[in-house]
Design a protein around this ligand. Structure first.
Ligand code: NCD
Ligand code: ZN
Ligand code: ZN
Length: 349
């Protein structure tokens, strides 16, 4: 008896965390996300960041203009929170359908986070308002103190910041973005239904050894940085568990090849071109292909209170060779899984 599944068809998925950038890079990457996903939560860490409803609306227009003709894709915009974030602008932007959520970057935690929040106390009035109106807070959960080991930054963020925050605002919807640790899984599992998390393909595939495999590997470097194997296993278990608290967020974060392969290489992994194929490999290995649809296409929309997508896509068993690099609109980008084979092919509807 052959019980191998060769094709699965699921509701069109969404990406609940992506960096589409701006200008030439936006032109280079937008089509990859729009091909795989119906909607995506667009990260606001441009330079300068997207901090007002007016700048988010203008950015949304630039994204729409960068999409290939006929693309059926909806960007969902977010507000980058700063110490002087304006609760009224954020609430009215949310009511007007411009802001889907707001993003907390601790100052200097990651790419373009210099304008981020220096102390959550500064934005409590904004967070209270978000709790009142049911607007989700998206969190890059790392402390930035120089005395905290980089591999401990997420776990310490939970202890020092996140745990207190959700106790102070028990009704706030929070997405703990791109989780990387067993501690984060434990925290999310034991919190109420208003606390969820996104999980990237790369944190499901690699542990921290990948950054040092035979030499320093800048294309395996992202933030939060990949952790020990035990953490990767905890993430795989969470993602494939069928719990509605975990959903797809690629954190596709493109940087030009020369900015990655540098004496001070940028953090970020460009996984948009083969994101679903990458997740499918994980779900298959975990014997959970029947749970991919919940993770990719249902739980995120339900958490955000948005309708499920109507169309379908398929994944077909087929060996695909991921190129060493991708040239697009004048940019050279190294995709996640560069030079290796994946065993599923995504077929848009
Ligand atoms: C992201 C980027 O480059 O914008 N980088 C990353 O390594 N994930 C920022 C982020 O999501 O923290
Ligand atoms: Zn982040
Ligand atoms: Zn990100």
């Amino acid at each position: 008896m052959n019980d191998t599944i060769d094709r699965i068809t699921i509701r069109r998925p969404d990406d609940w965390h992506v960096h589409l950038r701006d200008g030439a890079m936006l032109e280079a990457v937008a089509s990859f996300t729009a091909r795989q996903f119906a909607r995506a939560i667009i990260m606001p860490n441009l330079s300068p960041p997207v901090t007002s409803a007016a700048s988010a609306a203008a950015y949304r227009d630039r994204i729409m203009a960068a999409l290939p003709a006929g693309a059926n894709f909806t960007p969902l915009m977010t507000c980058y929170l700063t110490d002087d974030a304006d609760a009224d602008d954020i609430a009215s932007g949310h009511a007007a359908g411009i802001f889907t959520a707001a993003k907390l970057y601790p100052a200097n935690a990651t790419t373009n986070s210099a304008y981020g929040v220096t102390d959550v106390a500064h934005i409590m009035p904004v967070l209270e308002r978000m709790q009142d109106i049911g607007m989700p807070l998206l969190v890059h959960g790392e402390v930035t103190d120089g005395d905290i080991d980089i591999f401990d930054r997420e776990a310490v963020f939970i202890e020092r910041i996140l745990d207190k925050l959700i106790r102070a605002l028990p009704g706030l919807k929070v997405v703990f973005e791109h989780i990387t640790t067993a501690q984060a899984v434990q925290f999310v599992d034991s919190a109420g239904p208003n606390i969820a998390a996104t999980i990237t393909p790369h944190h499901l595939h690699i542990n921290r050894n990948a950054m040092f495999a035979g030499g320093i590997r800048p294309h395996a470097y992202c933030l939060p940085v990949a952790k020990r194997e035990l953490h990767r296993l905890a993430l795989r278990k969470a993602a494939t568990s069928g719990s509605p608290k975990y959903f797809l967020g690629t954190d596709s974060a493109p940087h030009e090849i020369h900015a990655k392969e540098s004496a001070c290489g940028c953090a970020g992994i460009f996984n948009a071109p083969y994101a679903l194929e990458s997740y499918a490999a994980v779900f298959e290995k975990e014997g959970a292909l029947d749970r991919l649809e919940g993770f990719a296409s249902i739980y995120g929309a339900n958490f955000y209170g948005l309708p499920l997508n109507e169309g379908m896509i398929s994944l077909e068993r087929s060996d695909i060779q991921v190129p060493d690099d991708i040239e697009s609109a004048g940019s050279t980008l190294v995709p996640f899984h560069a030079g290796s084979e994946l065993n599923w092919r995504m077929i848009p509807s």
